[in-house]
Design a protein. Sequence first.
Length: 308
Amino acid sequence: MEKKTWIKRPSLHTARSHPATAVYQDKIYLFGGGGPAFRSLNTTEIFDPKTNQWSFGKEMPTLRSGAAAVTVNEKIYVMGGGFKKPDGKFQFYDLVEIYDPKNDLWEKGPSLLQPHDYPAFALLNEEIYIIGGHHPKATEGGPQTDPGFAFSEKLNFNRGKWEEIASLNYPRFALSAGVLDQKIVAFGGVACSAKGFSEYDVIEIYDPEKNKWFTEKNFALPWPAAAQGGMTFKNGIYLFGGYSTEGIHTRSAFFHPQERDWNILPSLDEPRAAVTPVVIRNEVFLAGGWARDGRTPLQTVTSLQLPF
C-alpha cells in the first residue's frame, strides 16, 4: 500500500465539535455543532477545495449540535440534534431543516417520529435512515448514564414522511453508519448498560427487504469505538479516531471488502473525536471535533487521500 499522510487544511472560522457535515458539488457544508463550553451553534461554514478557503452560508434557523446531514436531490437535510440550555440540561430535537445550497436558503422539513441526538445516518435507495442516538429522556444525567436509543426510522420521499423501521439490537449513541452491498451497517457507539458505560465494537447489519438487524460472526470493528469518524466508501468501512478504552486517539483503519479484514491506515495528526468524515474525489476530510480531553472543540481541519 502506498504511504499516505494527513494534510493540514485551513482551519474553521469557529472551533466546534459534533457538527453536521455534508458534501454538495465538491464543496463541504458544515452546520452547527458545539462550540466552547459546548455552547450550541447555528453557523454554516462552506469549504471549497479549489480555492482552499472557508466561507459562510446562511445560518441554520435552530441552534444545535449532534445533528445528521445528508444530501439528496440538490438539497441538504439536517436532522435531529440537541441544544444545550443555559441550565446545562439538553433539549433533543425531532426537527428537520432543509438547506438549499444553490440559493442559500432554509426551509422546514418533515419532523422525525422521535428526537435523535447524535444518531447514525445513511442514504440507501434514495431513502434517508436515522439510527439510534441519545435516549430522548437522557437530558439531565449526561452521557455516562445514557442507556442509548434503539429506535430507527427512514424518510419515505414518496409519502413525504418518516416511517419506523426495526430497532437496533444494541441501543447506542455516537455510532456511525453507511451502506455495504445494499444493506446498512451501523457500527461502534456507546451506551450505559448493565455492564457499565462502554464503547462497542459491534457492527449491526440492516436488511431493508426483511426489516431486520443482525450481526455476522467475525465481523466487528478492530477496537471498541464511539464518536469516531466513521463512514462507508466504495463498499468498504473507514474508521478515524474517536473514543476507545484509552480515550480519544489517532488510530485509523479500513475494512477491505475483498480481504474481509481490517487494514491500519496512517494515524491522524492529532487526537480527534465527534467528527463526521466526508469525501471529495477520493480525499477524506475531517473538520472540527473534540480534542484529546473530550471538552475542547477543535478548529483544525485535516485530509487524507484514500488508498482504496
